[in-house]
Write a protein that binds this ligand. Structure first.
Ligand code: PRP
Ligand code: URA
Length: 202
């Protein structure tokens, strides 16, 4: 994704002086842009529409959708997606990274039944991609194949982006920025710090 609007909101998120209220505002606005971009990659079908004065061709989303936020930070993106696809089902996975090892651990999962045809995993930060790959594997264990799985996030580290692209198609991944490196604590650099802490003010 690359536009002045994306950059404007992302710049507030990156700035260490942005307070929690402004951070949430920038996050919610950027989430809408992400959502428009990510849902545009889902299958669409051509339709014909009767306007009040004639006939026009158009597009409809041609699938049923689940959004799967990785809690906690992924929760910050859910409302934006429901604003654009109001009938999407919402699954839940609570995955947390261990603070010392950065290894992800699954604490809870609940998926809708029947399972919708396509899924967008939501998580603002893709660092090592350990959490996202764990979510992908949960979906694959439920019977999804890679072509049915998408990811939307705010900032990816290059290595996390590359790793996730080994598990789902690269063009299914939507992020506002790809940053070059991780630091020794597996935080994205320059990144924006801890998204969950800044969004929820913890
Ligand atoms: C953060 C973030 C991702 C994960 C990314 O969550 O929201 O889920 O780390 O790192 P990874 O790509 O190396 O797995 P965290 O576990 O810190 O929990 P939080 O959502 O409560 O902040
Ligand atoms: N989680 C975050 O919130 N930020 C990072 O940079 C890495 C993981």
């Amino acid at each position: 994704m690359n536009s002045h609007s994306t950059e404007r909101f992302l710049s507030y998120l990156r700035d260490k002086n942005t307070d929690a209220v402004r951070f949430r505002w920038a996050s919610d606005n950027l989430a809408r842009l992400l959502c428009i971009e990510a849902t545009g990659k889902l299958p669409h079908r051509e339709i014909e529409i009767e306007t009040p004065v004639g006939t026009a061709s158009g597009q409809r989303l041609d699938t049923d959708l689940m959004v799967l936020p990785i809690y906690r930070a992924g929760q910050s993106l859910v409302q934006a997606f429901l604003g654009v696809v109001p009938d999407a089902a919402v699954g839940s996975v609570l995955i947390q990274r261990n603070e010392e090892t950065a290894q992800p651990k699954l604490y809870y999962k609940k998926l809708p039944h029947p399972l919708p045809k396509h899924v967008i995993i939501l998580d603002p930060m893709l660092a090592t991609a350990g959490s996202a790959v764990m979510a992908v594997n949960i979906l694959k264990d439920e019977g999804y194949d890679a072509e049915q799985i998408y990811f939307a996030g705010v900032v990816a580290a290059q290595q996390g982006f590359n790793r996730l692209a080994e598990h789902i198609p690269e063009d299914h991944i939507t992020v506002a920025a790809i940053d070059p490196v991780l630091n020794e604590k597996k935080y994205i650099v320059p990144g924006l710090g801890d998204y969950g802490d800044r969004y929820f003010g913890t």
